[in-house]
Design a protein around this ligand. Sequence first.
Ligand code: GZL
Length: 307
Amino acid sequence: GAGIAGAETPPLEQKDRYKVGFAQMESNNPWRIAETKSFHDTAEACNWDLIATDAAGSAAKQVADVDSMIAQGIDVLFLPPREEKPLIPAVMKAKAAGIPTFLVDRSVDPNVAQAGEHFVAFLGSDFIDQGKRAAEWLIENFEGEKGVIVELEGTTGSSPANDRKKGFDDRIAEDGRFEIVASQTGDFARDLGRQVMETLLQAHPDVNVVYAHNDEMAIGAIQALELAGRKPGEDVTIVSIDGTRDALQAIIDGKMGVTVESSPFFGPLACEVMNKYAAGEEIPGWVQVQDRIFTIENAAEHIDEAY
Ligand code: GZL
C-alpha cells in the first residue's frame, strides 16, 4: 500500500481510475448544491468513477449510504458528516473495510475519531475563526450604544454550528456593548431561519443585530425583518457566513453587513489531497481552507464567482 509506514489509516493504491464515494448529506441549499457540483466537475479530470449519494438531511441515511458504497467496493470515501456523532459509525466501517476516508467541509467528534487514526484528514475551514471574524467585524463596524443580538444557529450537532457559535460568542463577550438575547437553530435552512426569526422578533422587538451561522438563514431573517417593517442594514445589522450569491447581492443592496467566506468548492482540493496520499506523501490531519471576507467594499467584484 502507499500509506506511510506506521500510519493507522488504510493505504490507497495508485491506479489509472479510482472508484470514489461522495456521500452528501442534503441538497436543500445553494451551498450543498455547489459542493456536490464541484465533485462531479472534478471527476473526469481526476480519473474518478464517482458514486455520489444524497441523504436528504438524514444522518442515519447518510450512514446507510456509506454502507452501500462500501459494499460496492469504493477505493476512497469523501464524507461531509452532517452531525459530529451520528456519522462516527460510517467512519469506523470505512476504516474496517480498508477504505481511506477524507472528511470534507464538516468533521466528527474529535473525542471519538481522530485524523491519522480513523480517517486520513479533515479538509475544511476553521469554523471557530469564522465566528470570531464575524464578531470582530461587528465590533469594528457597529455604531450603536447597545447591540441586542439574535443568533441563528446551524444544524444542531454539526461542527460548523458548534464552532461558529463558540468563535462568535467568546469574541463578542469581550465587548460590553453586546448581549445575545436569543440563540436558536434554523438548521442552516432559509425558510426555517425566516420562521425562527419571526418568532424571536416577537419576543425581542428591540433586536438590532442578527448573527446567522450561514447566508441561507441570514436571507430568511432579512425576509422576516422586512415583513415586520424593519429595515435590515439600517435599523438591524446582519452578520453571516458562506458567501453565496444572494448574500453578496444583499450586501450590495445594503441589507447585509458582512459574510465570512466558507467555500463549497471542495472537488479540486479532494483530488489533490487524494493523489498525494496515493503517492505516499504525508497528509496533515487538517488540510485547512483559507476564507476571505465579503463586505460592501468587495462584494460587487466577487459576485460573478459566487454560487
Ligand atoms: C460549512 C458547511 C455549512 C455551510 C452551510 O462547511 O458545512 O453547511 O456553511 C451548509 O451553508 O449547509
